[in-house]
Design a protein around this ligand. Structure first.
Ligand code: BV8
Ligand code: ZN
Length: 246
């Protein structure tokens, strides 16, 4: 079936969906100039994830890991939501306006969904606008503006870390529980701009399929779930999502 026919089908499904769950990954921010992880030239090429995005990597070299995150925070501070983020915020208003609900589950830590006006957002991998203490309960929203190279806790002087989920770390319990509930109850599920290989987030797609929801993927390339979803739309999210709302 041609992409246009698929878009037409997905648009019709969206028009009648009442309980929507949406999972987004780095791809939805690509058109805002925020680097993705696993594409050629992506973030993981320069700095392998298992050295950078792990608690062990951070403990071994806090300044080095902070350096990498300062660079990403600078990129995110300059980034603006693109048409895909805006379309999702628009979709949330339409669905809630007709008495339905939309839960936006994001693996992204760039804060662009909130900037675009989305409200019901679950940051299952945390957010780079937040830091937390490596020793006590202190945490703070510092935004994306530059902070000290090696920030320390005002309470206990221990080094602060980005409040994001690293490999081998559990996801924030409340956000994860709400994400699972939303996917188990949804009648329609969209997976947008994610390579669908990082668990447990990628497992949400199978939850939605098992809940008999209508499932749609938007990605520029095939992923492990492209053959499992009802409709796999190939193309940039910034182009495809607005078409689904026309
Ligand atoms: C946990 C930190 C246990 C924040 C990240 C072996 C097998 C299976 C699993 C594992 C395994 N070994 C280890 C694991 C578990 C591991 C895992 O899944 N590893 C994978 C790599 C195999 N998971 C974990 O460790 C998780 N924790 O399991 O804890 C536990 C439980 C209880 C108690 C204690 C411990 C933690 C996972 C979170 C790790 N943190 N990031 C940050 O720095 O950003 S992961 C990182 O990958 C980001 O968070 C990112 O969100 C996530 C997923 O990547 P994507 O968002 O999908 O981005 P990617 O570049 O991969 O893909 C972009 C996509 O967009 C592509 O498909 C591309 O085609 C598309 N695209 C590009 N442009 C566009 C587009 N699409 C549309 N439009 C465009 N314009
Ligand atoms: Zn502290």
């Amino acid at each position: 079936m041609s992409n246009d026919r698929k878009i037409h089908r997905a648009r019709r499904l969206l028009a009648s969906a009442r309980r929507l769950a949406v999972l987004t990954g780095a791809g939805i921010s690509a058109e805002s100039g925020v680097a993705t992880f696993r594409q050629p030239g992506g973030l993981w090429e320069a700095a392998p994830a298992d050295q950078i995005a792990t608690a062990e990597g951070f403990t071994a070299d806090p300044p080095g890991v902070w350096q990498w995150y300062h660079e990403r925070r600078r990129e995110m501070a300059a980034a603006r939501p693109n048409a895909a983020h805006v379309a999702l915020a628009d979709l949330e208003r339409r669905v809630t306006g007709r008495g339905g609900e939309l839960t936006l589950i994001t693996q992204n830590v760039d804060g662009l969904h909130a900037k675009a006006g989305s409200r019901n957002i679950l940051h299952v991998h945390g957010c780079l606008a937040d830091v937390r203490c490596t020793h006590c309960e202190f945490r703070q929203r510092v935004g994306m503006e530059p902070i000290e190279d090696l920030p320390t806790c005002p309470r206990c002087q221990a080094v602060l870390r980005p409040d994001v989920v690293w490999f081998g770390e559990p996801l924030p319990a409340d956000a994860w529980r709400s994400a699972v509930q939303a996917c188990e109850a949804c009648d329609m599920f969209l997976t947008i701009g994610t390579s669908a290989i990082v668990y447990p987030a990628a497992g949400l797609i199978e939850l939605a399929i098992d809940a008999d929801a209508k499932t749609v993927e938007i990605n520029v390339a095939p992923t492990p779930v492209s053959g499992l979803v009802d409709i796999a739309l190939q193309g940039p999210a910034g182009e495809i999502l607005p078409k689904l709302l026309q």
